[in-house]
Ligand binder design. Structure first.
Ligand code: CUA
Length: 312
């Protein structure tokens, strides 16, 4: 999984990495020159073994003036590089795919906006995007300030309560990318990962079509029992499974839970044992998380886990 700001996979991150190398290169050269000048003057002072003059000599004044002018030129140059770099980051074509990302303590709600209302889909903590196509994220927060950061694709952007910010992404290569919340947002800030997969356009379209469908029907008795457990449990107070007459949006939409790479915003792998452990006692895994423990018998828990695991 790619998770490095200097291993870029798209034009925006490349722009930032280029800027980083320009700044680092200029700073390294300036540092080398300053240290060399200091070493030279110390060496000359020691060799001549004379006290410093009362009046600054003319050639020293010239050297100081020249250094100041050079510093000014370098600063203006870096400011221009920064300005044009920033302009490139906001240069997004209007036909970009629009996705709304709402940050919560401590997970990401992701809505694929579509002009047709029933084609909108909602997922959580997993962001799939098509390779090569610009994506415009509308970033919002449901509670405190968070920050969206997928280092291989672009820089950080804050998500602010009551205010929408925007961030563009273009993935140049297919692959799995990892992102993190980059602004301290409470107790479980470190457990707020995002899994981003960049997929070839045809594969992305298949994914989108699958996500638009209602939840798959149970295929065996265990899964059917699991669905009954879900319907009779308190899970429904916060979670939605499309097609089961639930519509709560306090927690992640579970309609296609099994298609996601990880659960609990990256805290656990997406497998039966993790799912069961998470439902039984979320506070043991992410202390402070908004999800309460759900009491049920071991058989009910196994059935519920089987059902949730079938929601691809
Ligand atoms: Cu959300 Cu840190």
């Amino acid at each position: 999984m790619n998770h490095a700001a200097l291993e870029t996979s798209g034009p925006f991150a490349h722009e930032i990495a280029t800027l980083f190398w320009i700044f680092a290169g200029v700073a390294a050269v300036v540092y080398a020159i300053v240290i060399a000048a200091l070493a030279f003057s110390l060496w000359r002072r020691k060799r001549a073994d004379v006290p410093p003059p009362d009046v600054v000599p003319r050639n020293a004044l010239r050297a100081i003036g020249g250094s100041l002018a050079l510093t000014g030129i370098i600063l203006v140059g870096l400011a221009l590089a920064d300005f044009f770099g920033n302009r490139a980051l906001t240069n997004v074509p209007p036909e970009a795919l629009r996705i709304r990302v709402t940050a919560h303590q401590w997970w990401w709600e992701i809505e694929y906006l579509d002009a047709i209302a029933q084609d909108r889909i909602t997922t959580a903590n997993h962001l799939a995007i098509p390779v090569g196509r610009p994506v415009m994220l509308e970033l919002r927060s449901g509670d405190v300030i968070h920050s969206f950061w997928v280092p291989s694709l672009n820089g950080k952007k804050d998500l602010l309560p009551g205010y929408t910010t925007q961030l563009a992404l273009i993935a140049a290569r297919a692959g799995a990318y990892r992102g993190e919340c980059a602004e301290f947002c409470g107790y479980q800030h470190a457990h707020m990962s995002i899994d981003l997969t960049a997929e070839e356009p045809a594969q992305f379209d298949r994914w989108l079509a699958a996500q638009r469908a209602s939840a798959s029907e149970p295929t065996d008795d265990l899964q059917r029992r699991g669905r009954d457990v879900y319907r009779g449990s308190t899970c429904r107070a916060c979670h939605t499974i499309q097609g089961t007459m639930t519509a709560a949006r306090l927690g992640p939409d579970l309609t296609h839970l099994a298609s996601r790479p990880r659960i609990a915003a990256g805290a656990l792998p997406n497998d039966a044992a993790s799912l069961a452990a998470w439902i039984a006692d979320p506070q043991a895994i992410k202390p402070g998380t908004k999800m309460p423990a759900t009491r049920m018998s071991a058989d009910d828990l196994a059935a519920l886990t089987a059902y949730l695991g079938s929601l691809r």
